[in-house]
Design a binder for this molecule. Structure first.
Ligand SMILES: *Cc1c(COP(=O)(O)O)cnc(C)c1O
Length: 363
């Protein structure tokens, strides 16, 4: 039992910024004098239209999304994008290139095989996804309709610290677990997608940013809800959108813009937070990181001791001390600390101190 908020290191759904939760709480019963909660509003009302537009405008400003790109608020999670991307984009040449650097990129690749020929551009499976292949190691098929990669591997704790060069082949990127953690040059991409529940909002909305010319050539029999053209045409309102999630996403974007100083400033804080843990891990005699230093994720820090029993004991004791959700994903074991935007530097330092105390007791 905790009477105070704790440091929640969950990989997703994950922490939201306290000022965002407080503002959502203040508006819970009566948003802006409307006499109702955002949860109770018609999505066609002018009140909700203003919330929707505000969220979209803020995201466009924060990420500097160029004019020729659409921002869509969809449902079905990032996982639905594993299907929507090939359904909509594979038709151009009938094939696509996939970089396999972890669990989700491999799932995306497997799903895409239903819709055409999928080529493996690179794979880090040979070393259990503990690194990111270099540009020189990528084989990009020039005829591919697109090149798909996952910018941050949430489970393994690796992150692409460069944007792949693919010539004329459009880049498609799953940014679910590092979107809004740093500036990105959107103009280098054809399509970016991200489930919101890691670094943006509550679970239930998926953000898709796509260059408009890539939509509109899905096959005739594409289900209407799975065709990007439908959502572009109706400005994400073909059916009822996830209104509450879009509202909270707007609050998060406002917090980033007005309190955190935008994505450039956020990147600095995130680098500092990650360095606190990695510097400790590199010195520790008990804990270690298995990821190649140059490819370490700033969002999901994976680490372990030499023993699975000790890992379990650590995660349990940390949880009791108010550092929750540190148990690693079942695919890799060990521990994982997710340091998304909402995790304050103080939380990371407190965790490092807790780890150092645990180390003293067990070495
Ligand atoms: C969590 C996650 C997913 C799956 O997202 P859902 O919204 O649950 O479908 C996909 N890709 C990455 C990188 C993730 O972190």
């Amino acid at each position: 039992m905790f009477n105070e908020r704790i440091y929640n290191f969950s990989a997703g759904p994950s922490m939201l910024p306290l000022p965002v939760l407080q503002e959502a709480q203040r508006s819970m019963l009566n948003w802006n004098g409307s006499g109702m909660s955002v949860m109770e509003m018609s999505h066609r009302s002018s009140a909700f239209a203003s919330i929707f537009q505000d969220t979209k405008d803020r995201l466009r400003r924060l990420m500097q999304v160029p004019e020729e790109y659409e921002i869509l608020f969809l449902q079905g999670g990032a996982t639905t994008q594993f299907s929507m991307v090939p359904m909509n984009l594979m038709g151009r040449t009938g094939k696509a290139s996939y970089a396999l650097t972890g669990n989700f990129s491999t799932k995306a690749y497997e799903e895409a095989q239903k819709f055409g020929q999928c080529l493996v551009a690179c794979s880090s499976a040979d070393k259990n996804h503990t690194y990111i292949p270099a540009q020189e190691a990528l084989s990009v098929d020039r005829d591919a309709s697109y090149f798909h990669y996952c910018a941050n591997n949430t489970i393994y704790g690796t992150e692409w610290h460069y944007v792949p060069e693919t010539g004329n082949v459009p880049l498609v990127c799953d940014m679910s677990s590092n979107i809004l953690s740093k500036p990105v040059d959107v103009s280098k991409y054809g399509l970016i997608y991200a489930g919101a529940q890691k670094n943006m909002a509550p679970a239930g909305v998926t953000v898709v940013i796509l260059r408009r010319d890539l939509a509109g050539s899905a096959p005739e029999n594409t289900p209407v809800m799975l065709d990007y053209a439908t959502h572009i045409k109706k400005d994400s309102m073909y059916n009822t959108p996830p209104c509450w999630c879009i509202y909270v996403l707007g609050l998060v974007a406002k917090w980033l813009e007005e309190e955190m100083g935008g994505l450039g400033a956020m990147e600095k804080v995130n680098a500092e937070k990650a360095a606190v843990l990695y510097e400790y891990l590199d010195e520790s005699r008990l804990f270690r990181s298995s990821v190649v230093p140059a490819d370490r994720s700033r969002m999901n820090v994976t680490f372990r001791t030499e023993s699975a029993e000790l890992d379990a004991q650590f995660a349990k004791e940390a949880g009791e001390a108010g550092f929750s959700n540190l148990k690693g994903h079942r695919l890799v074991g060990g521990m994982r600390a997710s340091l998304y935007n909402a995790m304050p530097l103080a939380g990371v330092k407190a965790l490092r101190n807790f780890m150092a105390d645990f180390e003293k007791e067990h070495i």
